[in-house]
Design a protein. Sequence first.
Length: 288
Amino acid sequence: MAAERLVVVGGGTMGAGIAYVAAGAGYAVELVEVDPARAGAAVETLRARWDKAVGQGRTTADDAAAALGRLRTVGSLGEVAAAPAVVVEAVPERLELKRSVLREAESLRPGLLASNTSSISIGALGAVLTAPDRFCGLHFFNPVWAMALLEIVLGPDTSESTRATALDLAVRLGKDPVVVNDAPGFASSRLGVTLGLEAIRMVEDGVAAPADIDKAMTLGYRHPMGPLELTDVVGLDVRLAVAETLREAYGDRFAPPDLLVRMVAEGRLGRKTGQGFYRWVDGRRADA
């Protein structure tokens, strides 16, 4: 019997991570990425991730090879056959871009259509769909293969059957889900960005060095990672985009600090560029 098909739109960090866990869970995965170089890089990243999992004893070489064999990349949604079980949109956090992708993806008639948005209203995204009852948010966390949480976001039109399908998918992907109702930033981003922005303001005000601010949270509050290191891992550009979305929804309490805006303009985006609040080499903090 052919494996169920799951389509991920967007071959960036999050899209590749979603493809990894889906292929590992037995889905035949089609990763849609318009940039051939990025598509190739995503496949190589996932190949390396499976090799590492084999080396760590977390999977077998045969299972890793089988998962990689279930993954293929395509350059457009037009190359995807109709009626996949699931389509997950994972393109950058821009409302109109996501709407455009979701409108096109809906024409494939998937059993479940979802967005991996971390902050944009599911109702605003679903407003352009003909069947918003079959649409919800599936907010994965980075790195997808390591983070247990999956935030399922119910839009104003999301049906009970869609909610149940999303919960079943979360379990199949090995995730521990929470269900939240639609609001900009949902639960996780609204809380996480609040802490991250305040930590950046503290750096801006000269309260303490980034490492000391982070240590205060890891040792004093048992956070596994400080808010500034997490900002580097997530990407300062992503933090800025989410802050701007939340500012529009909730006002200036989410206004991005000038330091964040300046660092993004300078290309200091965190781990992916090698420099943020910390210096990174080969994906690891150089001072760690």
